[in-house]
Every structure is written in C-alpha cells, then in structure tokens.
Design a protein around this ligand. Structure first.
Ligand SMILES: [Mg+2]
Length: 396
C-alpha cells in the first residue's frame, strides 16, 4: 500500500454563536509597543457576526487502496508550507510508516525545527495517524497504548471572556454549574502597569476563587508578558487564593528565568512549553528544571509522533504534560498516557467551538469531562454540508 496523493480542501461555514468572542483585553508581550497593544488574532472577526462566516482548510492524505487520512482545521499558512515543503515527500511512502515519514520531513525541513514549519509538519503527522487508525480500524489512542481511562477531566479555559471581577464570578459559576471543576483565566495586568497591574490581577484571582469554591483548581495565564519580580510578587500576594499554576510568566526563550521562578515558587506551579517544539526543545526545559508542568501543543510541537516521546521524557522527570488545547488530537494523546503523565485536557471555548462547526464528530465536554471517541482514526473528519471553496492537489 502506498500514499498516492495529498490534497487540501478549503471550506466555509456559518458559526451562529452568541457568547462573547473578544470581551477581554489580553496581556501580550508585544503590547509594550503602543501600536500593538490590544491586538489579538481572535479565531473570528469579533465585528463579523453573529453568525460569523469562518473558513478553514482540511488536509487529506490518500492511499492507492482508497482510504484517506484527514487533519483539520488548518490555516492558510499550514497549507502553503505543506504544499511547498512536505507534500512531495509523502507520495510513494507506506502510510503505516509514520515514524519514518516524520524523520524524513524533519531532516528535509532543516530550518523547520521550531515555529511555522513545525506547526505544518505536526498537521501532516496527525493526518498520517488518522490514516493509520482508519487502516487498522481503531481510534488512535488504542494504537498508542490506551485507553487509560474512559473520559478525561477538562479544564475550562476562559480566553475571550471579560476579566472584570463581577463577570469572572458570573462566568465561573455558570461553567461550574455545567460540571467544570478547573478554570483558567488570562490576566491583563503586566509589569508596565506597576502595582496597579498586580492589584488588578489579584482582584480577578480573588473573584475566581470566591465563585469557584475552595476545591476547584484555578489557573492563570500571563501570556509570556510578565518578568521575574512581577511574577514573584504575584506568587506571594495570591497565596491566600491558592492558584494551581501561573502559566508562561515570561517569554519562552527565558529558560533560566523560568528555572529561577520554579525554584522560588512555594505552593504554586510554574507552567510553560506551549511555544516550545519537539523532544529536543522540551528536553532543554526539563534539563533546566524550568517548569513544574509542561504544556506543548499536539498540533504544533511535532504531532502525536513527537508528543508521545515528549510524554516519555517528561514522565522520567515526573513532570505532568497538560497539553495546550489541541482538540481531538490532545484527547487521543491524553487517553494513551498514564493519568499521572497527562491528568487533564484544556477545553478552550474560543478555539474548540468554531472548529466543531467543521467536524462530523463534535468535541463537547459533558459534566466537565471529554468522553473518548470510538471512531477509527482521530475523529477529525469534515462535517457534511460545508461550503467547499476550493479543492487542490498538493502532490501526486
Ligand atoms: Mg497559554
């Protein structure tokens, strides 16, 4: 059996969604430049709906036996890189040989170790795993050693929702009533704001704890926008509200600063790694003892082939991997790993919900948990009835 063609489908759909998509003012590292403050690439144009018209791409890898692997939803840049760099490498390969194809792509794209090319390579890897699952008639978590449980605890990731304390209380209670017991808020206060920024963040943390009750896990994302002293002050002053972790307190390249923060943190975890790639990037974080919790993204860091290696590495250091978002691909990874290695999944309302518009199998947490899919492959097949804008052959 051989891969004989690589295709992309560009599809469009209407997203009839009436919850907030951009209420919050996010901290971003580039916001130190006045022209870039407040600029966020939301998944949809907040002014464009509802209903919002959204478009995505799907990658399809065909075999000469008529079975196709699918990965979606991709952006324009992923598709352009796959066409330019990876598609021709796939044609003629045995579709079962995912490890061989991953290594071939990695060695070919020698400038692609981090960033956009690795994001695109990850999507190819996922389409190959979907294909292998379909060839063998099994959900991918089974091929990778799972299932380790029947459902995965999800945490509610509140990107896009207002961080005004009264709104934080209202929304935390709303999602707690739906069964969520863990919540992540994105804090707006940054070092440039001085003491006022710290006080603003603390008011949000206090509100979240008040609404969630004493038993819930509360996580707070700094989006790479703090520095060491600011983070140390946040850790010290937030202690009465018992945050579970502070995420990406400083820029991803500042590994010694992560290690300094981790060494000094008492009763709170330092997390990071969503902007790190491959086993080698993650190993550098582990060797430096930079984080308590790793958060690489299955759809960015090298796909499932690489994330299983990352999980093996992390487990040797007893560092949990709680992947950044990642949709169905994260579900399959987590379901294949020990609960101590991958304890829970991020459910990012603002990225998961629009993607669902394009999927036949919807990923919807029930009672704060994600139930494992049973379909062969990764459950990333396209929904029926999407508006097909263009189908293109990338290779073959
Ligand atoms: Mg994050």
């Amino acid at each position: 059996m051989r891969i004989d063609r690589v295709r992309a489908m560009h599809v469009r759909a209407q997203w009839d969604y009436h919850e907030p998509v951009a209420e919050a003012h996010l901290a971003r590292p580039a916001a130190i430049y006045p022209g870039l403050a407040g600029k966020v690439n939301w998944p949809v144009d907040p002014a464009g709906g509802p209903p919002y018209t959204i478009d995505r791409h799907f990658l399809l890898i065909d075999t000469d036996q008529g079975i196709t692997g699918v990965c979606g939803a991709l952006g324009d840049e992923d598709c352009a890189i796959i066409k330019r760099t990876f598609a021709n490498l796939l044609v003629g390969e045995d579709p079962h040989a995912v490890e061989r194809i991953w290594d071939k792509m990695y060695r070919h794209a020698i400038h692609g170790r981090k960033g956009a090319a690795m994001l695109a390579l990850s999507k190819v890897d996922l389409a190959l795993w979907d294909l292998k699952g379909k060839l063998l008639g099994a959900p991918v978590y089974q091929l990778l050693g799972g299932p380790t449980r029947s459902r995965i605890k999800a945490y509610a990731s509140m990107l896009g929702y207002s961080v005004e304390p009264n709104k934080v209380i209202e929304r935390t209670r709303h999602f707690a009533a739906q069964g969520f017991t863990a919540f992540k808020w994105f804090l707006p206060g940054v070092p440039h704001d001085g003491e006022a920024g710290i006080r603003r963040n603390l008011a949000i943390i206090r509100a979240a704890r008040e609404a969630a009750g004493p038993a819930a896990d509360l996580m707070f994302d700094a989006w790479s926008s703090w520095n060491v002293p600011f983070t140390q002050r946040m850790i010290e002053l937030s202690a009465p509200y018992r945050p579970t972790w502070f995420e990406e307190p400083v820029l991803a390249d500042l590994i010694p600063q992560y290690a300094e923060l981790r060494r000094g943190a008492r009763g709170v975890f330092i997390s990071g790694g969503e902007h790190e790639y491959t086993r080698w990037g993650i190993k550098a974080l582990l060797d430096a003892q930079a984080v308590h919790i790793l958060q690489p993204d299955v759809t960015w860091a090298g796909g499932l082939s690489e994330m299983t290696k990352i999980c093996a590495l992390a487990s040797a250091y007893a560092i949990p991997v709680i992947p950044h978002h990642g949709g169905w691909a994260s579900t399959h990874l987590i379901a294949s790993q020990a609960i101590s290695t991958c304890p829970m999944q991020e459910w990012l309302f603002l990225a998961g919900r629009p993607d669902n518009v394009f999927y036949k199998h919807k990923l919807v947490p029930v009672d704060g948990h994600i139930h494992l899919p049973s379909a062969p492959g990764l459950s990333m097949d396209m929904a029926d009835g999407l508006d097909l804008l263009e189908e293109s052959v990338l290779a073959g």
